[in-house]
Write a protein that binds this ligand. Structure first.
Ligand code: PXP
Length: 237
């Protein structure tokens, strides 16, 4: 089974645009799970432009599926996640002011740093995932680091999909096979949508989890959150 983890950052973006509490990220987390999502993802950034640290602590007790927190492993971030203890932490190599994650880790270059961080998270009982491009060397590095999983950065797949979907999926099949051979679980995320999700799922059947935010929340504006989540779950069948 491939789990759908809904990234609720965009709910917080909308809330923050007005200040105040509407729409509530807590309610979003509850409703997404009620409507069938098998996980909730948040990506608190240092400038708190969407999900805040306070949100993370408030959301945690509401999660009865799986809680995934993404972020760059700064001391502040590591302190927060080791207190909150989500099921999974996904490490991204983002700089402070990055608009969105747009590349994976160079796992060999950051080997000793990542090894230390991963060991620390695992000692706290947190499953780890490292965001990587579909690159065999980066995945071999991830195995050396001893992370539990990788998350494949799927933007290149999503942008080529409408033009040449077979070519778009090729490096991801190769990457997933490499990861599985090395004993790593495989997650995927970024720019996945109702258009491109099913083809990814059919070609990488042992995908453990997809985390989807932007397109899903945009679809929900027209379809409603419940119907939207059902449609994304249908893509994972
Ligand atoms: N995975 C990671 C590491 C991300 O940074 C994001 C965006 O926050 C996603 C998945 C979800 O991407 P999207 O919002 O395009 O669905």
């Amino acid at each position: 089974m491939t789990r759908l983890s809904v990234n609720i950052n965009k709910i917080a973006t909308l809330r923050n645009s007005r200040g105040g509490k509407i729409p509530s990220v807590k309610e979003a987390a509850i409703k997404c799970q009620e409507f069938g999502a098998q996980g909730i993802t948040v990506h608190p950034r240092p400038d708190e432009r969407h999900i805040t640290r306070h949100d993370v602590y408030e959301i945690k007790p509401l999660i009865y599926t799986e809680f995934n927190i993404e972020g760059y492993p700064s001391e502040d971030f590591l302190k927060m996640v080791t207190e909150v203890k989500p099921h999974q932490v996904t490490l991204v190599p983002d700089s402070h002011d990055q608009l969105t994650s747009d590349h994976g880790w160079d796992t060999w270059k950051h080997m000793s740093f990542l090894k230390e961080v991963i060991a620390r998270l695992q000692e706290s009982g947190i499953r780890t995932s490292i965001f990587v491009d579909p690159d065999v060397a980066a995945i071999e590095g991830a195995a050396e680091i001893k992370t539990d999983r990788i998350e494949l950065y799927t933007e290149p797949y999503a942008s080529l999909y409408p033009i040449e979907r077979n070519k778009a999926i090729e490096p991801f099949i190769e990457a997933a096979k490499t990861a599985q051979k090395l004993g790593l679980g495989v997650n995927a995320g970024h720019d996945l949508s109702l258009e491109n999700l099913n083809f990814l799922y059919k070609n990488i059947p042992n995908l453990e989890e997809v985390s989807i935010g932007h397109a899903l929340i945009a679809d929900a504006l027209y379809l409603g959150l419940e119907t939207t989540i059902r449609k994304y779950l249908d893509c994972l069948k």
